[in-house]
Design a binder for this molecule. Structure first.
Ligand code: PBG
Length: 323
């Protein structure tokens, strides 16, 4: 027996009533803001497919991090675009590379900001794959020490959290061991635990110059059709020592976010990736959708699905809108 005894519209009558019974919260502290960092000084280059996103040099990235902190965004994640690429991505572990320089600059300019770093070789290899090659494919085990060396360099520069995004098997354990051996027991690990081989990364690859020169990433990133496999990846990354786990992309994978949340008790992040951002921006620029409204709706849906944290290029504008 429902209507007329129950009238659900009673609790929807005013903004105060709606706020009182709202189930999901969205705040700047839920966001992790991605920053693309390049060598040099005074560099700020817009990324054409991602309006509002720039590639910046270290000192400008530090200013951006400080501005984000003043809006309540407590964390940034750095993606490096190096001056030099080679077959094994050695510049990824360069203590004078843009990521390490930016970590130090942010720590000096905005000490409260939690600095995370993306750990992956694809931006640093001349072939654009996420690891060392052998026999025309990515060699899993040969890649592990390269990733661990990169993570250690980031930790030495002062990173609070390192975030491997390559999807090699065993990399969480290899990085944890290297960090502990180097005296960085307290540096945390955010694993891109369930990362799918997705068409939604297009604009990022333009921004980071990391499009593979041959083939694709399907032999290491996950098949979009699989959710049980995503849970398996998440559980084994936690077992290997991940402190936080992430699902990526987010919008087309909210069921995986929910499954991750139910399968673990570590914080779950999701990555609102470049293609998701670009679609909203393009439709809004054409006047086809209300960009602000749709952005906040999308971010709320990620929290509703179970994400504790959201990596998003909308971090700055959404924080301004949330006041
Ligand atoms: C790999 C990496 C990628 C993204 C984040 N880390 C690209 C890829 O796997 O091809 C994509 C993020 C986005 O699309 O916003 N270092």
């Amino acid at each position: 027996m429902s209507f007329p005894l129950h009238r659900y519209r009673r609790l929807r009558r005013s903004e105060s009533l709606r706020t009182l019974v709202r189930e999901t919260s969205l705040a700047p502290s839920h966001f992790i803001a991605p920053l693309f960092v390049v060598p040099g000084r005074g560099v700020r280059q817009p990324v054409p497919s991602m309006p509002g996103v720039d590639r910046v040099s270290a000192e400008l990235a530090a200013q951006d991090a400080k501005a984000l902190a003043s809006l309540g965004v407590l964390s940034v994640i750095l993606f490096g675009i190096p001056g030099h690429k080679d077959a094994t991505g050695t510049s990824g572990a360069d203590p004078e590379g843009p990521v390490c320089q930016t970590v130090r600059a942010i720590k000096a300019e905005s000490p409260a900001t939690v600095v995370m770093t993306d750990v992956c070789l694809c931006e640093y290899t001349d072939h654009g794959h996420c690891g060392a090659l052998a026999g025309g494919t990515v060699d899993n085990d040969a890649t592990l020490p390269l990733l661990a060396a990169q993570a250690l360099a980031h930790a030495q520069a002062g990173a609070d959290v390192v975030a491997p995004s390559d999807m090699m098997d065993g990399r969480v354990g290899a990085i944890r061991e290297k960090l502990d051996g180097g005296g960085f027991r307290d540096v945390a690990l955010l694993a891109y635990a369930a990362k799918y081989a997705s068409g939604f990364y297009g604009p990022f690859r333009e921004a980071a110059g990391s499009t593979p020169s041959f083939g694709d990433r399907r032999s290491y990133q996950m098949d979009p059709a699989n959710v049980r496999e995503g849970v398996k990846e998440i559980l084994s990354d936690v077992e290997e020592g991940a402190d936080l786990v992430m699902v990526k992309p987010a919008l087309a994978y909210l069921d995986v976010v929910r499954a991750a949340k139910e399968a673990t008790n570590v914080p779950v992040a999701c990555y609102n990736v470049s293609g998701e951002y670009a679609m909203v921006k393009a439709a809004a620029a054409n006047g086809w959708i209300d960009g602000k409204r749709v952005t906040l709706e999308i971010l709320t849906s990620m929290r509703r699905a179970g994400a504790d944290l959201i990596l998003t290029y909308h971090a700055k504008e959404a924080s301004e809108w949330l006041g």
